[in-house]
Design a protein around this ligand. Structure first.
Ligand SMILES: Cc1ncc(COP(=O)(O)O)c(C=O)c1O
Length: 377
């Protein structure tokens, strides 16, 4: 069987396990606000889905997104999830001879998108206490060359949960400015951060902000996200976006409703996931050979470092899968550091996080002797 078919079967089987606990993809499994559900049902019942949505998104949503992020002076494009925006940016802006700089670990799909255009991708290692699990502007500077066209920053970082300070952001912008580099600021997890600074506020002409409705609003399966950037950049990427026939109309109605009730609904989601983080942190840090180096995480997840050479992340993920719990092996994010950690998503009901913890001692015993490992993706 081809690898792409194996990967598809893997996720198909996950979807068909109706009682699976999704602690692996940073999705949000809290109950949606009734208003969001009812607006989507209204859209379906009115059968407005027979027609295509506007190419850049419903004007109401485009505007809400800009205003919500405080970027009303820029231009927005509604995408089929953040990932399709990233795909499009890489295809339009990268080509052979260009270099894209990013971190290791990072969210790795854009690496493949950029490489498929012939561009070179250079990853700056940030995993480890020696780097504070973040990218210092000085280290970024060392890596910039005249070929560097783009910097892709996941902030808060997935899988590390670190978030740039305003000081770091301003220094990074100085480097980008000096070298005329475009920054792709992937802010998919910004809503889970204590204090997040948008690069576009200080470097509006050359920043592409990427945002998602999958994580904070919990619409992952509906595929909806956004790009916000300057007219100069939108002139390039806004002409022929891949969803020129418009993004999912039902999802757009849900996103509008979500933004309208965010202040009322989201604080409880934030609180629950932080409580889950706290419980997981306290438990794991009292377990020999395991550690959570970044706490609290500014994402809706934590990574757990494994300091027992006899236990692999793959064995842990496999053992949890046998209990219908999905947690992610580090290799999904990074080949270089992936053998050191697993990642656990915590924007989930408390009972799910509790079950993860309840099983943890048994799982690590089993994982130590596990010989048959599933192929994981
Ligand atoms: C950093 C980052 N960017 C983008 C995405 C994809 O977001 P979306 O579901 O909106 O396509 C993810 C999903 O995990 C992510 O971690």
């Amino acid at each position: 069987m081809r690898n792409y078919d194996k990967r598809n079967l893997f996720f198909d089987e996950l979807h068909n396990q109706k009682d699976l606990k999704w602690l692996g993809q940073n999705t949000n499994h809290m109950r949606s606000h009734e208003y969001v559900i009812s607006e989507m049902i209204k859209s379906i019942k009115s059968e407005e889905y027979h027609s295509y949505a506007p190419p850049l998104g419903l004007e109401e949503l485009r505007k809400l997104v800009r205003n919500h992020l405080g970027l009303s002076n820029l231009v927005s494009l509604i995408t089929d999830g953040a990932v399709s925006g990233l795909y499009h940016i890489c295809k339009e802006l990268c080509s052979s001879g260009d270099q894209l700089l990013t971190t290791d670990p990072t969210w790795s799909w854009p690496i493949h998108f950029a490489q498929s255009t012939g561009a070179e991708v250079v990853q700056i290692p940030i995993y480890g206490k020696e780097y504070d699990y973040t990218l210092s502007p000085n280290r970024l500077k060392e890596y910039v060359t005249e070929k560097t066209k783009l910097i892709y920053l996941v902030d808060p970082n997935n899988p590390l949960g670190t978030c740039f300070t305003k000081g770091q952001i301003l220094d990074i912008i100085e480097i980008a400015k000096e070298n005329n580099i475009i920054i792709i600021h992937d802010c998919t997890y910004k809503d889970f951060a204590d204090d997040h600074t948008l690069i576009a506020n200080y470097y509006p002409n050359n920043t592409i902000t990427v945002w998602s409705f999958s994580k904070w609003l919990g619409l992952a399966g509906l595929r909806i996200g956004a790009i916000i950037t300057s007219e100069k950049i939108m002139d390039i990427i806004g002409q022929y976006p891949p969803n020129i026939l418009g993004s999912n109309i039902v999802a757009q109605r849900g996103a509008i409703a979500g933004l309208n009730i965010k202040d009322e609904w989201f604080p409880e989601v934030f609180k629950t996931q932080r409580e889950n983080q706290k419980n997981v942190y306290e438990f794991i840090n009292n377990t020999e050979d395991f550690e959570i180096p970044i706490y609290p995480s500014n994402g809706n997840f934590v990574f757990i470092e494994i300091n027992d050479p006899e236990i692999t992340p793959e064995a842990i993920s496999t053992c949890y899968a046998e209990h219908k719990i999905l947690v992610r092996q580090g290799n999904y994010h990074t080949k270089k550091f992936g053998n050191k950690f697993i990642k656990v998503s915590l924007s989930v009901p408390k009972e799910w996080a509790d079950e993860f913890l309840y099983l943890f001692p048994t799982i690590i015993l089993k994982a130590r002797n596990k010989s048959e490992i599933f192929q994981l993706f």
